[in-house]
Ligand binder design. Structure first.
Ligand code: IVH
Length: 716
């Protein structure tokens, strides 16, 4: 029996590793995402049932779920040095002169690579298995972040056989956040009213420090390998041969590197990538030039800080000087007012820049910006260029400081600035046109109702024309079909598609409808938690802020915001119109069947990491036996169920309030034995899983697609 299971686990593991390799290294999707997810879910299920058979490098590790409170540190076997930097071509020629002299007339070649702007990482592979990932740290010791590194989808957890592989070696490379992922995450954060990630590099280094590897997985980091190190003499004669081998073993090596026979060819490479690098989906800040031959590298040796056989050429920070013509104040979905600078168009880093971000009112004052000023714009790692300073020598006479508006530029409502927030906000959530329009755009967006044939632009146009006013009014569009077909760029076919899309959207599950309403702070995850907890819109609307805050993972701020939203008569009326239209306002599918009423009247808080079941599973079990799960510890609480790594504050509070603290085993022992339960009697795994929300059966994935290779370019 166990050997059958072992065989199935091995077969699934090998298949999933292979599919990952095909997808991330070779851009080949052999099977649809859904099938991939099914295989992964099957493996996760088997590993849960037979934890002793689970492999630390199982493909299921990619979705994360491991919590590390404090990362241990480890010494680097070979110090992680930095590179000498230069910004000038003359310096590059001097570097070449030093190399020539050092090699005493022997022939030599360089490998030119792009310098990726992320976080350096040292990976150890033993017998083809990834065993450790360590950050650079101070160059001699770094943090061991292996479980976080295992979530990086293009990074192989085990290597392909093939050309000879040393039993143990180290691969170094850069972990980064792809630019499209960076902008997508920031858009989501902005929409949810969360703090923005400063730039892709900080986003990557911040992610690696997260304690919960499931959150790291959600950051969709990627890796490029650029060095191979092994004890003793390398089995490869050259760096270029080692890069080719790394690729063949399944490690991601950016194919942008080039072997150059002379410094002239190196300079060609530098020029070629000066502009072309902006077409890559990864931030780069220069070129790394390395002597190719490993023996020659040894001969040239090191200074105390960096190798003499390599140098980094950095492209000058991309900056331009142009005129600031106006400041436009944009109002976002949640009412946040963001100043945007309108500039004389100027070429910068491969594009023409006409607009730049100024972040907020403080920034305008800090830079002392005035209309008509000549300003410096820079494109750093950020996507939108930003104003970094003013050329005061060119300031026109008589200019005055910019006065930040006190009223909403769109609807005239006095702006407010909640304490601790950088942005001014228009509180007229329901009356302010750009807010209403942005809410509609959000409602039809991919992660919400995903209405085929109705993108942000079209819905914005309909709004401007007065054809729609809010989410519910979308469902009145069929009555206006003729009018729609008369519109420019619409036509019969597009209207048909749109109407079909609207009809289909009535099948979108309740949690996504809830997310689509655009309630401040109610992002995808919170919407899912609320929907699973309350199951119907009516139950959710009846909940008070205190009750909402008791739902696990729903904090006080979110609860207040949601409760206030549901109290508004206009919002309640809109929900009724959505109901009439036939939109899903309740979870369909069976509610978890009651198995017993053993825990009736008892409330539990689940905290920490559990061994036998995931937190979602325990919650489902408690509810199936009539108990309640809440998020906060109060006097009324019956039990605090303590898992591994539970925070000390929770323990202290429970002790202070004399709330009994029990273990997972204690909790399970409180449940009736399988025969006593009134539910299905064969309480085997199949029955248990039937009870659980889907998210608990597949490994706790932060988003439905995070486990599958995904559909965009293989890098993401
Ligand atoms: S080689 C001895 N190659 O740049 C140093 N580094 O100061 C060997 N980096 O933080 C490093 N892309 O993480 C090398 N293609 C590349 C690189 C690269 C980015 C980073 C590296 C380190 C810094 C070097």
């Amino acid at each position: 029996m166990t050997s059958d299971i072992q065989q199935r686990i091995t077969a699934l593991t090998e298949r999933l590793h292979h599919l990952n390799y095909q997808y991330y290294q070779r851009d080949i999707s052999e099977i649809p995402d859904q099938e991939f997810d099914q295989l992964l879910a099957e493996l996760a299920q088997l590993e849960k049932q037979y934890p002793e058979l689970a492999h630390p490098n199982s493909p299921t590790q990619r979705v994360g779920g491991t919590i590390t409170k404090q990362f241990p540190t480890a010494a680097h076997r070979y110090p992680m040095l930095s590179l000498g930097n230069t910004y000038s071509e003359a310096d590059l020629r001097e570097f070449d002169e030093r190399v020539r002299k050092g090699l005493e007339g022997a022939d030599y070649a360089y490998v030119c690579e792009l310098k990726f702007d992320g976080v350096a990482m040292s990976l150890t592979y033993e017998n083809g298995q990834l065993t450790q990932g360590v950050t650079r740290g101070d160059g001699t010791r770094g943090d061991v972040v292996t479980s976080n590194v295992r979530t990086i989808k293009n990074l192989p957890l085990h290597l392909r056989a093939g050309s000879p592989q040393p039993p143990e070696f180290e691969v170094r490379g850069e972990i980064f956040m792809p630019l499209p992922v960076f902008s997508e995450l920031n858009q989501e954060r902005e929409a949810n009213g969360e703090a923005l990630l400063a730039n892709p590099r900080n986003a990557a280094s911040g992610a690696l420090k997260l304690q919960d590897s499931a959150l790291v997985a959600a950051r969709r980091l990627r890796f490029y390998a650029y060095s191979f190190l092994m004890p003793g003499r390398s089995i490869f004669p050259t760096h270029s041969a080692s890069l080719a081998a790394l690729s063949a073993w399944g490690l991601p090596v950016s194919d942008t590197w080039r072997l150059c026979g002379s410094i002239a060819e190196v300079l060609d490479f530098v020029h070629e990538w000066d502009k072309k690098r902006f077409t890559l989906p990864v931030a780069t800040d220069g070129i790394v030039i390395k002597v190719d031959d490993f023996r020659q590298q040894e001969l040239l040796g090191y200074t105390s800080k960096s190798p003499r056989w390599a140098i980094a050429y950095k492209y000058p920070a991309e900056a331009a000087r142009t005129r600031l013509n106006a400041i436009q104040y944009q109002v976002g979905r949640t009412g946040a007012v963001t100043p945007v600078a309108l500039l004389d168009p100027v070429p910068l880093a491969g594009t023409v820049v006409k607009r730049a971000s100024v972040h907020n009112a403080n920034q305008i004052a800090a830079l002392d910006l005035r209309l008509g000023d000549m300003v410096f714009v820079e494109k750093g790692g950020e996507i939108i260029p930003k104003i970094t300073g003013v050329d005061f020598t060119a300031r026109p006479g008589g200019s005055e400081p910019i006065r930040y508006p006190t009223e909403c530029p769109a609807c005239g409502t006095p702006l407010i600035r909640p304490e601790g927030e950088a942005h001014f906000r228009c509180p007229n959530e329901r009356g302010c046109p750009p807010q209403r329009k942005a809410k509609l755009e959000h409602y039809v967006s991919r992660k919400a109702l995903n209405i085929d044939g109705l993108g942000a632009e079209t819905v914005g146009r309909f709004f401007d024309l007065g054809l729609v006013t809010d989410a519910a009014s979308l469902y009145e569009l069929p009555a206006k079909a003729e009018e729609l077909a008369q519109l420019d760029r619409m036509g019969e076919k597009s209207v048909q598609r749109l109407l079909a899309g609207l009809e289909q959207s009535k099948q979108v599950p309740f949690d996504r409808v809830l997310f689509g309403l655009g309630i401040r702070y109610v992002g995808e995850t919170v919407a899912e938690k609320l929907a699973n907890h309350y199951r119907t819109m009516d139950a959710l609307m009846a909940a008070t802020a205190t009750e909402l805050a008791a739902v696990p993972e729903v904090g006080g701020v979110i609860a207040e915001s949601a409760a206030a939203w549901f109290q508004e008569p206009d919002n309640r009326a809109m929900i009724e119109r959505l109901r009439t239209a036939g939109v899903q306002l309740a979870l369909t599918g069976e509610a978890p069947k009651a198995m017993s009423s053993r825990l009736e009247g008892q409330t539990f808080v689940l905290s920490g990491v559990f061994e036998q079941h995931s937190r979602d599973e325990l919650q489902a079990l408690i509810q199936a036996h009539g108990g309640k799960v809440t998020g906060s510890i109060s006097k009324k609480l019956s039990y605090l169920v303590a898992g591994d790594k539970m925070g000390p504050a929770k323990r202290e509070k429970a002790t202070e309030l004399k709330v009994p603290i029990i273990s997972e085993t204690d909790l399970l022992a409180m449940l009736p034995s399988e025969l006593e339960a009134t539910g299905p009697s064969e309480a085997d795994m199949a029955v248990t899983t039937e009870l659980l929300p889907a998210a608990a059966v597949t490994p706790a994935a932060p988003s439905p697609s995070s486990a599958s290779p995904g559909q965009q370019s293989s890098l993401f």
